[in-house]
Design a protein. Structure first.
Length: 161
């Protein structure tokens, strides 16, 4: 069952790239549980929609989100930490977005937002969505219909907060 507005964000250990250039554990409850967080999930790093629209929108409008009181912007995908770092470097993310690698899909499963992408060679991935989380509680959650990208874009999130 998928998480809903009012639920606490699941606390599981996944990965991010550490300062020494290797993956380190990060607990989603800790990373997403303090302040106002905008979390967006994508099916895969370097995939067309994710690389041409979804991530670039958040990179370009990160300052607008922080101006509206967002403390942390987070991108999560069912990819490994090296891929997420390479994608962040390719997209010029810098320090504006925390890139989380859910390589085994643990967080995605805990969220109840798994997508079966095996028909296009992706296997088990995350559905595309955006959430606003305040002190660990989901206050907005917008999950895209398959093949769509409208309710989870940065512009859509900006319109909700």
């Amino acid at each position: 069952m998928a998480v809903e507005v009012g639920d606490t964000i699941p606390a599981v250990d996944i990965k991010t790239m550490g300062p020494e250039g290797g993956p380190i554990d990060i607990n989603t409850g800790a990373a997403l549980g303090t302040g106002k967080v905008v979390l967006f999930a994508v099916p895969g790093a370097f995939t067309p929609g994710c690389s041409k629209v979804h991530l670039p929108g958040f990179v370009a409008q990160a300052n607008e989100l922080t101006a509206k009181g967002v403390d942390t912007i987070v991108c999560v995908s069912v990819n490994d930490a090296w891929v997420m770092q390479a994608w962040a470097d390719d997209q010029g993310v810098g320090d504006s977005i925390l890139m989380l690698a859910d390589g085994s899909g643990t967080f995605t499963e805990a969220m109840g937002l798994v997508m079966d992408g095996s028909g296009i060679g992706l296997g088990s991935r995350s559905r595309r969505y955006a959430a606003v989380i305040e002190n660990g509680v989901i206050t907005h959650l917008d999950v895209e219909a398959p093949g769509q990208m409208s309710v989870s874009t940065c512009e859509a999130v900006l319109g909700r907060i």
